[in-house]
Design a protein around this ligand. Structure first.
Ligand code: AMP
Length: 293
């Protein structure tokens, strides 16, 4: 496995260099018909990321994992500087999952002095997480678009854990005629139901117990759906009874799985997604569940 840009990590093989140009050189050396898959992450890898890497490994000839904690998607009061950084462990996971190249982004190289460009986003980005984090999706799309340009993969893999993000990236790719197939990977949970997230490590015991009621509420909604409940208000009201009172709910919305528009009633033949966000013990968590047709 080749690693580019992780100069500060001692255990990395000396092939290490830095930068966009080196990645481009590596890319140019690949044979023309090999399928390159990209898995963009912010590191602090867990089983959810492993699932993405595995899917990419199965569906592509070469797999690039990028690790970059992207400043443009954090607002000044968020956890940019304290976001977990576990590079040694991430490299070990990448090796185990058969990644061909790990590229660690450098903040100064990706956003040099004078950087100006911003992406203006569709309506899809102005709801759900976009309400409390108005900067977020513009920052995500900016870095994803840059990574698409730098890596030039044929396929890119994103988790359904960040459902709104996946749909916005698919929309951007379509709107801008980017020749990359954006594939979604199912959400991975802990055995007890908690959706895996790099931020779960911030949860203390009591908050973790409270956080479990997010997935409990979503599982209840899926159960109600399978029993024939189609009214969003009823799905919402009954599911939220499962939520611990200490959970500070931001939103719980029954939405169309492509347009992300709120639904009053779910069409049995089309299904829907329920997306939610909440703050638990000071940690902001998101989760979702798909109501299959
Ligand atoms: P992050 O490093 O948190 O920005 O996530 C990188 C990628 O991993 C994104 O496409 C996420 O949607 C995906 N991801 C994170 N957590 C999970 C999970 N629990 N299940 C599936 N994919 C995930």
């Amino acid at each position: 496995m080749k690693v580019i840009g992780a100069d500060s990590v001692d255990s990395v093989d000396p092939q290490t260099a830095s930068g966009i140009e080196e990645l481009r050189r590596w890319r140019r050396a690949l044979s023309g018909d090999s399928i390159l898959g990209l898995v963009p992450t912010m590191g602090a890898l867990h089983e959810g990321h492993r699932a993405l890497l595995r899917q990419a490994r199965q569906q592509c000839d070469q797999v690039v994992l990028t690790i970059f904690v992207n400043p443009t998607q954090f607002s000044p009061d968020e956890d940019l500087e304290t976001y977990p950084r576990t590079l040694e462990q991430d490299l070990q996971i990448a090796r185990q999952e058969g990644v061909d190249l790990v590229w660690v982004g450098d903040r100064e190289e990706l956003y040099p002095a004078g950087f100006q460009t911003r992406i203006d986003l569709p309506q899809m980005a102005q709801q759900l997480c976009g309400i409390s984090r108005p900067h977020f999706f513009a920052g995500v799309c900016l870095i994803v678009l840059k990574l698409f340009q730098i890596v030039q993969p044929q396929r890119a893999f994103f988790g359904e854990k960040d459902y709104q993000q996946l749909k916005i990236i698919q929309r951007m790719t379509l709107d801008l005629d980017i020749p990359i197939e954006v594939r979604g990977c199912p959400l991975v949970r802990e055995k007890d139901g908690l959706a895996l997230s790099s931020r779960n490590r911030y949860l203390e015991d009591e908050s973790r117990r409270q956080a479990l009621t997010l997935s409990a509420a979503l599982f209840r909604a899926r159960e109600l759906w399978s029993e024939g409940v189609v009214q969003s208000a009823e799905l919402k009201q009954q599911s939220l009874e499962r939520l611990d009172p200490a959970v500070d709910l931001e939103y719980f919305e029954v939405i169309d799985h492509e347009q992300l528009t709120p639904l009053e009633m779910v069409d049995r033949g089309r299904g829907a997604v329920i997306c939610m966000a909440a703050i638990v013990g000071g940690v902001r968590l998101i989760d979702n569940i798909i109501l299959e047709p």
